[in-house]
Design a protein around this ligand. Sequence first.
Ligand SMILES: [Zn+2]
Length: 264
Amino acid sequence: MRIVIDQDVEHFFRARITDGHCDLRCSIFGAEVTWAAAFAYVMVHKHFKESRDRDLIFADHQDTESLPQLLEFAFDRRVTERSERPWPVHLPAPTFPDANRGIDYVDLARELWLCAIGWILHHELAHIRLGHLEKTLADLDDEVAADNKATEWVLGGLEDEEMKVKRSLGMAIAVVLVAGLSLHRDSRAAVGRRTHPPAGERILRALSHPSFADNHPAQEFACVAVKIHLDRFGIQAPAGAFETVSESLSAYCRQLIDWELRRT
Ligand SMILES: [Zn+2]
């Protein structure tokens, strides 16, 4: 098996069989969009933890004022328009670790971004391992099986609790990102056959895997991240206070699912 880095704006992460070789393809553009999402989710979650305010005004804070432009570049330009234009220099960007600088939110976003990409690549690897690439028609159940396998590989048998939380947050980024991508792209194949489960359903299922206890930090993180995408599409966030984080995640994902189903 080969890992191939390419510049595909159409498919960000995918497994393919080429000349008898299994290729795990990772697009630079996909890595960029994933970083932008990770950074935005981390910054909005930081403010939510500090204030518990669900309606953050980006322009009111120095560390969030550039997020609308970052999200616009990543999702509207890269994802929807398939633009190949370079990353704008004035936008936040990933950096290499620097022991002299101290840890900041860019470092945190980078760590979680790597965990997110790790989970996505394991999902693609699972398609290879489970023999899905040999089928002529993609199956919705294949996606569920690949998600579960990836979660088992990434979280299974892990003793270190901190590492487990970190990888879980990375996984939350990955599944919410997929929802963001499907909102920005038509998730149906050309013949009108759905190739992936509704994105909201997928988030709920992935974050209800037995590896996640109820009210897991990754579920709260995912709620905040889902709301960013709902807001961008003018989709009403669920009203009311929720008793538990799991309840809140279900309501946010239900909103996403209803919107997706109305659209198709
Ligand atoms: Zn897949």
